[in-house]
Design a binder for this molecule. Structure first.
Ligand SMILES: [Zn+2]
Length: 183
């Protein structure tokens, strides 16, 4: 931490203030890490009890066997991972509209395809999640926590069924609208 010239009336910045400076305003709502989460022998190892993600050295990933071991280790901190946090805070970066009468007859396959794309995206980036999937017969509406996952779902439907795909990346915003349609 850099030493600064003390300003009269100012106290030493808190850990949260440092975090805020290095991580941006998003650190605001993050609770400060508990003491046991900073144990010396396991620096920063965290697990998410909800989705079983593991974080070591600030990288989140899935490994169910390792999770089962880590959850018994009292030195490992339990937290909510960034992906689950996005779901809680309803931070969505993508929506997908799939529209075709074809969806009615292939509903099971179509819903499985959507889940499968989530599984693949999660392996690369545990933040990528399906936030909501609304099935309305010939139309399926999906909200995702990353733009990448939304675009990926659109491409999967285009690959499987043809039709037309349109991706609108909202200028200046982290958001993608994906439309897939087949007559
Ligand atoms: Zn999680």
């Amino acid at each position: 931490m850099p030493e600064t010239i003390p300003i009269p009336g100012r106290v030493k910045p808190t850990r949260r203030a440092y975090d805020r400076r290095s991580l941006g305003a998003s650190a605001e709502w993050r609770p400060p890490p508990a003491k046991r989460q900073m144990a010396k022998d396991r620096p920063g190892t965290l697990i998410c009890a909800r989705c079983h993600a593991i974080s070591t050295i600030k990288r989140w990933f899935y490994d169910e066997r390792r999770y089962q071991e880590l959850k018994r280790d009292t030195r490992v901190g339990v937290t909510t991972c960034p992906g689950c946090e996005r779901l809680d805070r309803q931070l969505y970066e993508g929506d997908v509209r799939l529209r075709s009468v074809l969806l009615v007859g292939t509903k099971r396959q179509s819903l499985a395809m959507i889940r499968h794309e989530e599984q693949k995206a999660m392996r690369e980036n545990p933040i990528a999640r399906l936030a909501a999937v609304h099935d309305q017969g010939a139309e399926i509406t999906i909200f995702t926590t990353t733009r990448y996952l939304a675009e990926r779902i659109g491409r999967a439907f285009e690959r499987a069924f043809g039709g037309t795909l349109r991706v609108d990346r909202l200028v200046g915003e982290k958001f993608s609208r994906v439309y897939w349609e087949r007559r």
